[in-house]
Design a protein around this ligand. Sequence first.
Ligand SMILES: Cc1cc2nc3c(=O)[nH]c(=O)nc-3n(C[C@H](O)[C@H](O)[C@H](O)COP(=O)(O)OP(=O)(O)OC[C@H]3O[C@@H](n4cnc5c(N)ncnc54)[C@H](O)[C@@H]3O)c2cc1C
Length: 452
Amino acid sequence: MGSIDNGNSSSSSSSRPSSLDVAIIGGGIAGVTLALGLLSRGIIPTIYERGRSFAEIGAGIGFTQNAEWAMKVLDPRIHAAFKRVTVQNGTDWFNWVDGEKEADEDGRVAMIHSMYLGERGFEGCSRAEFLDELVKSVPQGTVKFSKNLAAVVDSDGDDGSKMELEFTDGTKAFADVVIGCDGIRSRVRQIVVGDANKAAHHPHYSHKYAFRGLIPMETALPVLGKEKTETRHMYLGPDGLALTFPVAGGKLLNVVAFVTDPKQWPYVEKFTAPAKKSDAVRAFEGFNSTVRSIIDMLPDELNKWAVFDTYDHPLPTFIKGRIALSGDAAHAAAPYHGAGAGMAVEDGAVLAHLLSEVNADHDASQDPRRRVVLLKKALETYNAIRLERAQWLVQTSREVGHIYQWQDPRVGSDHAKVAEEIDWRCRKIWHYDIENMMAESKEHFRKQLEGM
Ligand SMILES: Cc1cc2nc3c(=O)[nH]c(=O)nc-3n(C[C@H](O)[C@H](O)[C@H](O)COP(=O)(O)OP(=O)(O)OC[C@H]3O[C@@H](n4cnc5c(N)ncnc54)[C@H](O)[C@@H]3O)c2cc1C
């Protein structure tokens, strides 16, 4: 990890009031972390959140090395908040094991691959606790709740006028720039993509869902032993995979067990549904006794989560005029790499820097037309820097889901080939050079402004 430059140094704006009206649609991880990054650069954004309060679910989330680095660049308070709520892994290794083959006489499962996570790397936390910690640094008045965005009028603004935001309660607001952080079912995505590409308006079912449940550690430990309960284990097998890792300070073992589903997801409005343990037992009956015992320890009443993503209809662009998409609104990925929210933090680091450059431009603060031109160029830079990597995450997440379930015919259940695929994909995510991304963003924007 290189030295930390959160980009504040180039902006003289932190000591003067903001002139830029930034509207962030959605108060999830993408929206709140971006808001903090802007605030630390002297820009006071407004978050419009359709919920009546912040409402992350209680499930766990983990962040990989690249994401931690991006947190420090976006705003070191984000990283500090994360570390305050993490559960330390027992070891700094991630193990991928064969979930079909039986363990040897000494109870050792067949290891497919093991990767070093870095010191205290890929730690997990409760989503709700993380968001609570982040929100503590957001000044009162920054968030407007019960604001469900319906439309954005005039993203062009060549006359220098602001865009008009319309909400479903009939109210309006104005902004120089709109950042859609409104998640997988994004309304802003529909506005950016337009009517020509309606298939890309919505995420699509990947025909996989996950049973999710928690096992008390005092139950799991005697059955699985220390090695299998103290760090991340992923059990790969035919048409299924099970991921386990400790949560709640090591008091619970979190289980996420994915299966393939040839049918359509039956619910239009929701991605989760109640499920029975007996369904999970049936789905994993072809797995080894270790995996079957994990499933057996789950409670009788479970949840199942459908995996939807934007793989089938990737967006050709993350921007339109002065509107940009970030996080799941731009690139909703299947969760196998555990990197979707980390990618949102990377987006935020680039966006916060570029918007602070526009905000620091003295001429733009006096001339609304110049401000519009600069904002458009800033978003073009954002798109150029982020589109390829973020779309690739969506792609590799689907692909690795197939590989984990022995469904890629080029790879099958060949351990060496599976290991090779896991290795390069994880390295490309984890070892991404965030400092270089920031330097490229600066250089790209500088070139955009040449001759102006
Ligand atoms: C099972 C599972 C496990 C995962 N595990 C990990 C992991 O370990 N690590 C990781 O990095 N990622 C993980 N991810 C991905 C991660 O959860 C997402 O990438 C991340 O939460 C997206 O954050 P977001 O802020 O973009 O969207 P969201 O969290 O969905 O937030 C969107 C917000 O916008 C609001 N909103 C929506 N529409 C409107 C509107 N019209 N007007 C106003 N507000 C609106 C919503 O109410 C919500 O508050 C996982 C995903 C899943 C499904």
